[in-house]
Design a protein around this ligand. Structure first.
Ligand SMILES: N[C@@H](CCC(=O)N[C@@H](CS)C(=O)NCC(=O)O)C(=O)O
Length: 212
């Protein structure tokens, strides 16, 4: 049986959990918290980041590595497009969602929630303001040019949709929502991803902790 390590409110852990749900793979979840000196996490995740995954004698970390492994090992219910160019574009959007976009969108959550509650430091609203008003808008402008007005980016829900939407679940916990007047496509995609049957139950489970 697969074991997944990581706090379910991480945008990266949520992405992997959604993939496991789409593929209907049973797994055991160990709710490891990064930044906590968790010795068990350090054993399975050398960089002490979440997620990490163990499948029999295989131990890997990093959501992109994990999602690719799951796609290869459990090909039923694909989570990446099969066309070579679509696949490359999906890989790029996953990269974009997991780097600059996550830093800005999940960064709002990090600063408003993690900083006071986990690191016990006061919230610096100037940092949050910079993320919301300077960092995020050009990133969202680009995303808006990449996503469809209806449905998902490649027809069925893929990792590309999950990677772009997941950081905004965190942002929403920190009172940020995508302005539908400025970014109607991404706002709509976010609503569709979060309502998807592979994602909605995850958010219900998180809601108990974050009022989601
Ligand atoms: N590229 C990694 C990023 C994972 C990541 O940064 N996870 C955060 C939690 S959302 C973490 O574990 N941070 C702990 C740290 O940076 O020490 C992935 O896709 O899995």
């Amino acid at each position: 049986m697969i074991t997944l390590y990581g706090a379910n409110a991480s945008p990266f852990v949520r992405k992997v959990m959604a993939v496991l749900n789409i593929k209907e793979i049973e797994y055991k979840h160990i709710p490891s918290m990064p930044f906590s000196g968790d010795k068990e996490l350090a054993k399975v995740s050398p960089l002490e980041k979440v997620p990490a995954l163990v499948d029999g004698d295989l131990n890997i970390a990093d959501s992109k590595v994990i999602c690719r492994y799951l796609e290869s090992a459990y090909p039923e219910a694909p989570v990446y497009p099969t066309d070579v160019k679509d696949r490359a574009r999906a890989d790029w959007l996953e990269e974009y969602g997991g780097t600059a976009l996550a830093e800005a969108a999940a960064g709002i959550f990090f600063n408003r929630f993690m900083v006071p509650n986990v690191f016990k430091r006061p919230v610096d609203e100037e940092v949050v303001d910079d993320l919301i008003n300077n960092k995020l808008p050009p990133l969202l402008d680009y995303v808006e040019s990449q996503v469809p007005a209806d449905g998902f980016i490649f027809g069925d829900l893929t990792v590309a949709d999950l990677a772009l939407a997941s950081p905004f679940v965190n942002a929403r916990y920190a009172q940020y929502t995508i302005d539908a007047a400025k970014w109607p496509r991404m706002s709509g995609l976010f609503e569709r991803v979060t309502a998807h049957s592979a994602v909605a139950p995850l958010l219900e489970a998180e809601a108990a902790a974050f009022g989601g």
